[in-house]
Design a binder for this molecule. Structure first.
Ligand code: FDA
Length: 320
């Protein structure tokens, strides 16, 4: 039943018709505000400042994905350039070269034109390069998000090329993909920054583990590869079992606190984010902002049926 609900919500996440209906509901924005920091660069920077003051790092995501319009992709690049310039004015942007950067942006290549029918791959690479150049000038890092499995080869090859100019560029691997343990081995070299997450899309069994226990086991195998590797693992999960295993893994690999980080989403387990940060860990909070919240929000509902209840209750109260 939970698996069916998850698949239905993930299918709904890609339906333009449902998007139009749900984003018009009067209550939606209020409910979405739990997971999304607002709509403007100012909203994102304000939230970043609050989190930085609380001892966390941030990764800011300008919401949007699956762009099939070149002008929109170019506008997204400009939005990111404005964002990294604003983040670069914060005192936390001034850290020594080579040190862990408290400020980061997360970028989806499908928002930069990767899905355009003509030259999508090359356009996304060029757009991502422009964002990385602006980020570097501002003292901000970039990590490229992982999307559905049809984009993985293109995304990893763009990251590989861009790392020649921007060796600090991070990437995301999804433990639910059967290929990911091998990708971890291939990519965990010196200087790499790999965010390991479970994976948030509805993937076919041919390429992905679909049972929760299989995904969790894969996550732990991938984590072991990353913690034993020479790079900087970014452990992106809210799962207490993953967090406990990670703690044991980094200890036995004798990693210092500045040699890995935990990452969680804005609005999810905020108390645990604070607890880990207070205990001396690096904790980065992924903060999305913008108008295009629909796909992101639906994936958060799919992860936890209780969130759907929260949405439906708000809807009923709003209509009542
Ligand atoms: P799991 O889903 O097993 O949840 C464990 C516990 O965490 C739950 O019992 C609950 O307590 C809490 N929890 C989890 N999700 C919740 C939610 N939505 N609401 C409330 N509580 C919740 N995916 C992807 O495909 N590409 C990407 O680039 C990224 N990027 C990314 C960045 C960061 C910083 C994070 C934390 C996650 C991602 N993800 C992602 C999403 C990721 O793949 C995954 O879908 C979610 O993190 C949920 O998986 P967990 O590991 O948290 O465990």
């Amino acid at each position: 039943m939970a698996a069916v609900l998850r698949s239905s919500l993930l299918a709904a996440a890609r339906s333009p018709r449902l998007e139009r209906a749900i984003t018009r509901l009067p209550v939606s924005r209020e409910v979405v505000a739990r997971f999304v920091a607002g709509t403007t660069v100012e909203d994102a920077v304000r939230t970043a400042e609050t989190l930085l003051r609380s001892g966390c790092f941030v990764s800011i995501d300008y919401l949007g994905e699956d762009t099939t319009d070149l002008a929109l992709a170019a506008a997204t690049v400009e939005q990111y350039r404005t964002l990294v310039t604003a983040l670069g004015r914060l005192p936390q942007a001034q850290v020594a070269t080579g040190a862990v950067r408290p400020l980061e942006v997360s970028v989806k290549l499908s928002a930069l034109g990767q899905a355009l029918p003509r030259d999508g791959h090359a356009i996304a690479r060029e757009h991502a390069h422009r964002i990385c150049a602006a980020a570097e000038a501002s003292g901000v890092w970039v990590t490229v998000d992982a999307e559905d499995h049809t984009t993985t080869d293109s995304t990893l090859s763009i990251v590989r090329e861009l790392r020649a100019d921007f060796p600090w560029l991070g990437t995301v691997l999804q433990a639910y993909l059967r290929r990911t343990e091998d990708d971890c081995r291939a990519l965990a070299g010196p200087g790499s920054r790999i965010r390991l997450c479970k994976g948030a899309y509805d993937e076919p069994v041919a390429v992905a583990f679909r049972e929760r226990a299989e995904v969790d086991a894969s996550y732990l195998r991938c984590l072991a590869v990353l913690t034993a590797g020479a790079g900087y693992p970014m452990i992106a999960s809210h799962d207490p079992a993953v967090l406990a295993a990670a703690q044991v893994g980094v200890q036995s690999a004798q990693r210092k606190a500045e040699e890995y980080e935990y990452q969680m989403l804005y609005g999810i387990r905020a108390d645990e984010q604070q607890r880990l940060a207070a205990a001396g860990n690096h904790v980065r909070v992924y903060v999305p902002y913008g108008d295009q919240w629909y796909g992101y929000f639906m994936r958060r509902l799919a992860e936890r049926p209780a969130n759907l209840g929260f949405f439906l209750r708000a809807l009923t109260a709003g209509n009542g």
